[in-house]
Ligand binder design. Structure first.
Ligand SMILES: [Zn+2]
Length: 385
């Protein structure tokens, strides 16, 4: 107990951010890092105990996972664009050619709007608890307006169905000594930095603040890209809003929307080039890409959760150790079922790949356990190798 108390004193927010991004630090090793930072003689502890690694992940190979969400990237649109002008969407094409992917993943069952689906991505929970599967408790964040707001619940935990704490991928990464980052182009993503911030994040020897680096605001790619290169987070959640903004302003599947997806293709090119060339990232990085929803062609809306154009999204995994040119349903024949055009309810078996698989997949790839309280990919059995 004494060591925990002294650690809490030593791990000020500043020293906490200096922790290694490359691996889990045990309590004793974290103490050693802190002492080194204080220029005191330090010795590495004898009792380092890394978390149990999934059998398929090579320890030490994956230093960085970047989980990307492209807002309103409907897979039916992306598939059409890739056929019509592959050169304009070549980064997406590269993810498909060199990674394990599907253009037939699913959103949450009940919601095809932004914040509820992003909350699925980082908590591994559906929005609502399914009627036929009561153990699979939802996160119940149904608000999609401004945050903070006097209309909105005060935090993600305020709507937890059991009255408890809704843990996230940020918690697991942070509490195991990995650095974390959240970059978003929409102000309402502050719900995450607030819910997992210094006040409301769960108590832990490494601190309550689960998100080490965060930028939220317009023109997010340039700012995020610079920050990623500077701070080298181990776990990054990166949200691009462009296609959603274009769809709401000018209609889904219009030229503006297509141009916005093309712009995201350029952002991805920056990230892929970094991974190709920078020794910090080369051969040590995995990118996961999905979306919160699509949009209805010829409309400016995407809120009807029973519309295939809204609920059909991409799910792509690319990087070190990932199967090349693989269809995710083909390499997961026993645990995931291609839903065709359908919109399956949540159940313990026969599930499609969902955007909610991403959080627990990211953790698995970093050698970390699943998010407490999660049910989507909580067995971390979505195979990508
Ligand atoms: Zn929208």
């Amino acid at each position: 107990m004494e060591i925990f108390l002294s650690l809490r004193r030593l791990l000020s927010p500043t020293t906490e951010k200096r922790q290694s991004a490359h691996g889990p630090l045990s309590v004793t090793r974290a103490l050693a890092v802190t002492l080194l930072a204080l220029s005191l003689q330090a010795c590495h502890a004898q009792t380092d105990a890394p978390p149990t690694l999934p059998a398929t992940v090579v320890p030490g190979k994956v230093a960085h996972v970047i989980q990307i969400s492209v807002d309103a990237l409907g897979a039916k649109y992306l598939g059409k664009f890739l056929k019509e002008s592959p050169q304009d969407f070549d980064s997406f094409g590269r993810l498909i050619k060199e990674g394990a992917t599907t253009l037939n993943a699913r959103t949450d069952y009940t919601y095809t709007i932004t914040l509820p689906n992003h909350t699925c991505m980082v908590t591994g929970r559906p929005v609502k608890t399914p009627a036929d599967w009561p153990e699979c408790q939802g996160h119940f964040w149904e608000w999609n307006g401004d945050f903070p707001s006097d209309q909105a619940p005060t935090s993600l935990h305020a709507v937890n169905p059991a009255g408890g704490y809704t843990a996230s991928s940020f918690d697991v990464a942070h509490d195991n000594g990995f650095s974390t980052a959240l970059y978003s182009g929409k102000a309402k993503f502050k719900v995450f930095t607030y819910s997992y911030g210094p006040e409301l994040g769960s108590d832990n020897v490494r601190g309550r603040n689960k998100i080490d680096f965060s930028i939220i605001g317009s023109g997010i790619h340039d700012k995020a890209f610079a920050d990623i290169k500077a701070n080298k987070p181990a776990y990054t959640f990166l949200h691009y809003p462009d296609p959603d903004a274009a769809g709401h302003a000018a209609g889904y599947l219009g030229p503006e929307y297509r141009g916005a997806v093309k712009a995201v293709n350029g952002y991805l090119k920056d990230l892929l080039t970094m991974v190709d060339t920078d020794p910090e990232w080369k051969g040590r990085t995995i990118i996961i890409l999905s979306a919160d929803h699509g949009g209805l062609p010829g409309t400016k809306n995407h809120g009807d959760a029973d519309q295939p154009y809204n609920y059909t999204i991409p799910f792509m995994v690319w990087g070190v150790g990932i199967a090349k040119g693989a269809d995710l349903y083909k390499i997961n024949p026993t645990t995931r079922t291609d839903p065709g055009e359908a919109r399956p309810v949540y159940a313990e078996t026969g599930q499609p790949i969902r955007n909610g698989d991403g959080g627990n997949l990211a953790l698995k790839l970093l050698g970390l356990p699943a998010i407490p309280g999660s049910h989507i990919n909580s067995k971390q059995d979505l195979s990508v190798e």
